[in-house]
Design a protein around this ligand. Structure first.
Ligand code: GRF
Length: 209
């Protein structure tokens, strides 16, 4: 099954996906970024659906529907079966959730349902939690609210900054997300709520213990 990885930044989780041996059929970015460059250098098929091209002349009125449809069209064209959001910086809306519903998975740097959204690491620090972590989940229209696939806790340390804490969370994400993705690829063909299947749970148990 062909897999697309959606990126916006450094792409270290994308590198971890390659490192795990998974084949990536397409890397799609919403902006020029290192993630796109390393994919090009590796000879992987790439697509840039530049979100700046979907803004009004004042640069403010971002047409999220048109952008999401363009991403969906590009994914449909490339014939991917599973879509992995690995640090993708644009919330997707509209028909993509019908076309790829139950087949999009995301990695998020907090223990959901705590701290959804873009500032999860700083919010965890501000809240004074002692444990945060990472969550892999199925993407649904509501941001970071989809069914949880797996979670790994990360301890907050005295003196942590957003950067130091996020980097430790990303170490956990680089380990967890490729495993979840491989299990999702193996189970998505079951259809329906495959993440509730015994097969998915036992695959995850094998890798996570
Ligand atoms: C990860 O923490 C991801 O959960 C968040 O952005 C980061 C991506 O890191 N949304 P990278 O670009 O893969 O290094």
């Amino acid at each position: 099954m062909r897999v697309a990885v959606l990126v916006s930044g450094v792409g270290s989780i994308l590198e971890a996906i390659w490192g795990s041996g998974l084949q990536v059929g397409l890397v799609l970015a919403d902006r020029p970024c290192r993630g796109l460059e390393i994919a090009k250098a590796r000879g992987v098929q790439v697509a840039l659906v530049d979100r700046r091209e979907f803004a009004g002349e004042d640069g403010e009125k971002f047409d999220r529907d048109a952008f999401s449809d363009a991403v969906s069209d590009r994914l449909l064209e490339s014939g991917v079966g599973v879509v992995a959001l690995a640090g993708f910086g644009t919330v997707l809306v509209g028909r993509i959730h019908g076309e790829f519903g139950g087949r999009m998975v995301n990695t998020h740097p907090s223990l959901l349902p705590s701290f959804p959204g873009w500032h999860s690491v700083s919010q965890a620090l501000e809240a004074g939690v002692h444990v945060t972590g990472t969550t892999a989940h199925v993407v649904v229209p509501e941001v970071d609210a989809g069914p949880i696939l797996a979670q790994v806790p990360v301890r907050v340390r005295f003196g942590d900054t957003v950067e130091s804490l996020h980097e430790r969370i990303k170490i956990a994400e680089r380990q967890l997300f490729p495993q979840v993705l491989a299990s999702a690829i193996a189970c998505v063909g079951l259809g329906g709520e495959w993440w509730r299947s015994e097969k998915f749970w036992s695959l995850m148990q094998e890798v996570q213990g």
